[in-house]
Design a protein around this ligand. Sequence first.
Ligand code: HEC
Ligand code: HEC
Length: 421
Amino acid sequence: MNTQHPPFFSAAFALSRRASVALAALSCGLAIAATPAPQELLAPDAGPRPTNPTTPTNPAALSSADLALLKTYLVLDFNNLYPYATPTLPVHYDAAVLNADNTPAGNRISNAGATLGRVLFNDKRLSTTNTVACASCHQQASGFTDPQRFSPGVVPGVLTSAHSMRLGNVRFYRAGSMFWDKRAPTLEFQATQPIQNPHEMGFDAAHGGVAALITKMQSLPYYPVLFKWVYGSTTITEAKIQTALAQFERSMIAADSRWDAGYAKVYNAQLPDKGLSLAVPTLTAQENRGRQLFILPPNQGGVGCAGCHQPPTFSLNANSLSNGLDAGNTVIFKSPSLKNVGLDKAFMHDGRFSTLEQVVDHYDRGVKAGPALDNRLKTPAGQPRVLNLSAADKAALVAFMKTLTDTGFLTDARFSNPFNP
Ligand code: HEC
Ligand code: HEC
């Protein structure tokens, strides 16, 4: 995806923090019971569910002829879909987490819609060369990113200009804007951008755009059947491709790391910090030290990483400004959720760091001044903050970030390639 970032800076950046706070305070449209913490998204007691105009909850059953046709392409069990619409979440994915859900009222997840999204996500035929799928750059085994710094697409020898992004918990970024520089307004809009990128999946204007892809998809036997099943009509549109892909991506919730399992034991909805500052019994002393540093604010002995990378999803706070990678920086980047960050091999939008140790060194003494630098990374006098962490504390921060790996997520059949080998 193109990282020729449009010149972004104006006085607007100064306002963006306040604007984001206001946005975060808005209701997301989900009626959520404050207590007890719901353990399921859209649990039955969560109030009336908005009807999804495009993907019905109970699509008509497929005919046996259609099932036989689909079986020649896909390993899916259409009579027993995975419950994408009602994931079971740990207790600490509570009302505050659900309030950060960026699901639009018009695109609630349905099991059939997310299943179609899974097919689309893994289909190399969505590229001009039949060689590149979303899953080529967003690999499940790596937390849906590419461990390589830059990724190959349809043009031999040409790589992406930005590092691929992990997709776990992409749902819990309330602002909903996508890409490192937030240039895509929604997950739905984002979904067909890589398809049209000349270097990624290749259906740019010179190759007929999305219209050419749709013509191709209509001629593949399984898509008319699948679209009729999900949307009631064999007609394929860009909007339908977008809604199905976004449903599948929103179902990718990484909530079962070692830290999650341990925190669930000390989570307490009644405490002001919900138990986040308590030692996690299942982590080592070093990991707990890293947890303290990461989660506690500077005035409580920590270094305040969690002010931006918010537990329990470790998605970026929508009010985060720049983290000071480059002097004079004016672009405000986001970060994907840090769940599974320990599997990556390249960090930041341009993949400039190849280890988590280098990331920690950046926050320790590498933060650069600039007009967009976030106050949380400044001294009271407005200078870039220097932490002067000991070697042991740096290692502890890295050890803690590695506890955020959700190994079950990496092999969960719900998110795997559904095509026959
Ligand atoms: C050739 C590699 C490649 C392919 C193919 C690809 N992506 Fe990406 N993806 C990237 C890169 C690189 C970024 C970051 C780009 C940027 O910010 O400019 C990204 C970013 C994203 C993001 C933004 C995540 C966030 O938190 O903001 C989403 C969502 C996404 N891709 C979904 C998809 C989907 C869906 C497809 C298939 C239709 C796809 N990608 C195909 C490489 C790829
Ligand atoms: C002011 C908000 C803020 C604070 C505080 C902050 N970060 Fe970040 N972090 C960011 C932003 C923004 C990015 C993405 C920057 C980019 O790619 O240009 C990021 C990126 C990262 C990444 C790379 C993510 C990836 O997928 O490549 C890691 C790891 C990370 N931060 C860890 C930390 C640690 C550890 C701390 C505490 C020492 C910390 N952060 C404090 C805002 C913050």
